[in-house]
Write a protein that binds this ligand. Sequence first.
Ligand code: NAD
Length: 510
Amino acid sequence: MNFLKTLNINAINYGASTGTAWLKTEDNGQFDISTPADGSQIASVYKCSNDDYEKVISTASEAFKSWRTVPAPLRGDIVRQIGNKLRDSKQPLGELVAYEMGKSLQEGLGEVQEMIDICDFAVGLSRQLDGSTLHSERPLHRMYDQYHPLGIVGVISAFNFPVAVWAWNAMISAICGNVTVWKPSEKTPLTAIACQNILKDVLIENDLPEGIFSLVIGDGNVLGEGMLHDKRIPLMSVTGSTAVGRHAGVSVAARFGKSILELGGNNATILTAQADLKIAIPGIVFGAVGTAGQRCTTTRRVIVHESIYTQVKDILVKAYSGLKIGNPLDENNHVGPLIDHQAVAMFSQALEKVQAEGGHLLCGGDVLSGPGFESGCYVKPAIVEAENSFDMVQNETFAPIVYLIKYAGDVHDAIAIQNDVVQGLSSAIFTDNLREAENFLSHWGSDCGIANVNIGTSGAEIGGAFGGEKETGGGRESGSDAWKAYMRRQTNTINYSTELPLAQGIKFDI
Ligand code: NAD
């Protein structure tokens, strides 16, 4: 495993860093990390202690005082250099992402490419942190609004995008003038350590202080919980399940902190009678089985018009029979393992439950064993005929199960089914009918943060704002004007007259 050496991952690693320096606590427990690819142990990580955390936060607070004074385009230049280091490390980091998390190598490399892309985006953005100039009602007065950095931004990330989510947050946040403290998922801390090792050289080469990019590794309900309640962190960006995000949102709001919540999805693709199946079917298969169904944007429901239902069902079942399941580092495989045995158990239980509710398993559902599947984390992606109202269909199971749902009537009936879940992340329609597509995109159409036409639900482009509505949390990250969430807004009025016209015409005898 050359990539471990290249990325400076040791047999045992420290769990807290202020940038270039690792804090050397060894007596607070450790995580032993094994790969779902073959079950073998990769490395261990010491957990960050309370003292480490305090050191990280105080160093970050101090670093913010100088980092905020660096002009934004110069902060952008640092991010440009980090992007270049990521370019140099794309292959080994992509391999480690695939090995630790279990997604295919192509997807691992794609995830690192997303990090590079967000760096490029952030560099340009560093010259465009604009506000509006407004006309005042008072003579010889000027008004404008501007955006200032917040301070420490806490990032709590999920296992399924172990590095990209940090980069989306940290790079935009950095050009905005903030410093970041990252707590990655305890299931994927090695990729986080690798990122810290990669950016370290940029910090040294530019003689930057400790505390601009920090890392803390520990349990969500201990270390993560502490961050939620820490008043020194004005913004918490939390990516994870709706259950964790609901708790995070309430906890941060209780101390009047700001939060960006990127939570679970229950994404649907609608196939109307006028869908072009030639593009729809690959869109659905990729969306449903990519990353073994462990993307927040995974296609979980396919809502098909009754006139093409049987045809779509047959083609999908046939397409699934050709899926190659196996080691994620082998580029011939389409589907890698689930993250761990708990995820496999949830997959099997969900299939049992949905069948008890009346669902019909069309294919897949097995847990694979034997040569190549020794980790016990490989499953056969499943297709189930179901009703949207079923309890299991209403919930996100983070595994490759796609529910086929038949609809009658017109596109409004399909949209009503699609919107009838509590989540609101990603949605798609396949149709060659302009009226159907525009209704889907209209304000009475899809209620999701992402709505696509003739392209599936999964994935995202850096340039757009990424996030979802309802129980997906309402946060937006990445492109467009998502940067505004990382800054505080201020309205300024400037009087360049020699008078002080008071509101409501009030005058004092002074
Ligand atoms: P998870 O909710 O189990 O964990 C997410 C993070 O929260 C981890 O870092 C964990 O340590 C931390 N955490 C757990 N308890 C905490 C607490 N009490 N206080 C603070 N932090 C705590 O999620 P997961 O299994 O790692 O990831 C899968 C979920 O994430 C899915 O629901 C998926 O849809 C969602 N997700 C959403 C997006 C999005 O952008 N909307 C992106 C990726 C993943």
